[in-house]
Each structure stands twice: as C-alpha cells, then as structure tokens.
Design a protein around this ligand. Sequence first.
Ligand code: HEM
Ligand code: HEM
Length: 184
Amino acid sequence: MADRGLMAGAAQAPARVAVWDPVVRLFHWTVVAGVVLNLFVLEPGKTAHRTVGYTIAAALAIRLVWGFVGTRHARFADFFPTPRRLARYLGALRRGEEARMLGHNPLAAVMMLTLMALLAATATTGWMTTLDAFWGEKSLEEVHGTLGNAIMVLAALHAFAALFESWRHRENLVWSMVTGRKRA
Ligand code: HEM
Ligand code: HEM
C-alpha cells in the first residue's frame, strides 16, 4: 500500500528539470541588486557606486564567457534571436499560440541581450568619467546617467514580461531564476 501511494505521488508530481545553472542565477541577482543600489540607494559617482558598478561589470564579463562555454540554456547559441526565430515567435504570439520554452524565448532574448549591452555601456561610460581625458566632462556623465535610466525602464518592462509570461504559462518563472528548475 505504502509503495502504491509513493508511486502515485511520483506519477502526479510534475517532473522538474534544471534550466538555469548557478552562474546564470548568481549573475542575474547580482546585477539586479547592483542596479537597484546604483539607481536608488548609493550616491552617484562615489566609491561605493563605483565598486558596485565594477562588480556588475565583472559579473557581466563572466556571464559573456559563460555564454560560450556554459550549460545548455546559458549559451547564446541556445537563445540567440535570429530574425527567423523572432519572426516565427512574434507571429505565434500575435495569434496567442506562442510556445512555452525552457530557455529564453526569442523576444525575451532580445531583451536579455539589450540589457547586457546597456550594462556594459553604463559601466564603461562610468569608468570613463574617472579618466583624466574626460575630467569635468558633464556630457559623459549625462550619457552615463541616461544609459542607467534606460536600464531602469527596460528592466521594469522585463520584470512585468516575466510576470505576464508566468501567468500565461501557469508557472513561476521568477522562482525558477532562484532555484534554477522548471517544469519539464
Ligand atoms: C552599471 C552600473 C551603473 C549604473 C546603473 C549607474 C547609474 C548612474 C546614474 C543613474 C547616475 C546619475 C547620473 C546623473 O546624475 O545624470 C550615475 C552617476 C555617476 N556614475 Fe554611475 N552607474 C553605474 C556604474 C558606474 C561605474 C562603474 C562608475 C565608475 C567607476 C560610475 C561613476 C559615476 C559617476 C562619476 C557619476 C556622476 C556623479 C555626479 O553626478 O557627480 N558609475 N551613475
Ligand atoms: C535591474 C533589473 C534587472 C535586470 C538588469 C535583469 C536582467 C536580466 C538578464 C540579463 C537576464 C538573462 C539572464 C541570463 O541569460 O544570464 C534576465 C533573465 C530573467 N529575469 Fe531579469 N533582470 C532584472 C530584474 C528582474 C526582476 C525584478 C525579475 C522578476 C520579476 C526578473 C526575472 C527574470 C527572469 C524570470 C528571467 C529568465 C527569463 C526567461 O525565462 O527567459 N528580472 N534578466
């Protein structure tokens, strides 16, 4: 009897698979914490702000390498949004028939790559403000601040998209970014 109960339980519990490896998850939550600190908590340009900015840059550098040598869904080749993949996904989305994907879907992938590029540009312009060559250059600070604000706007959109997709597919994608696991 006990055995039957166990087997029935096993049959009902949906299988979970590992999707996001620890590097991806650590990268994600490091970046989230760092961006929130630099946008809303720390004083712009001060030592703490710079240290957090460089920490984000280091996490991003590791993530970029991981995009070539990491686990399956961490690889750029797994989710790179080619025009074909994107067009097909957008078509299906318009008809409300978009497939659920284990890795990043092509539209999410555009956002992932855009956010990564913005993070790199923000950290680079931040670092540039510390160079003698740009001493007192207000316009560079402005560019840096605008890039930071673009991250804020797009990240908010990205978080809403993650919640929306979680509702669409009846699964908690945010929690998956914590545990790394998703329904098979
Ligand atoms: C990627 C993470 C970063 C974000 C999201 C970020 C965001 C911002 C924002 C929103 C401002 C305000 C801009 C304004 O007043 O118009 C700012 C200012 C500044 N940031 Fe960053 N930043 C980051 C990384 C860095 C790094 C790595 C450095 C330097 C090593 C840096 C140095 C500065 C400086 C010097 C200012 C100008 C401060 C002032 O107005 O006196 N930031 N940052
Ligand atoms: C500063 C804010 C944020 C930034 C810059 C950001 C950036 C990113 C990036 C670059 C990825 C790709 C991860 C990778 O492939 O390594 C990602 C994925 C993801 N993020 Fe964020 N994120 C932010 C905030 C959030 C928040 C607040 C949530 C939760 C509501 C969230 C939920 C997710 C989820 C669920 C994924 C996986 C998406 C998928 O299933 O394809 N993110 N994020």
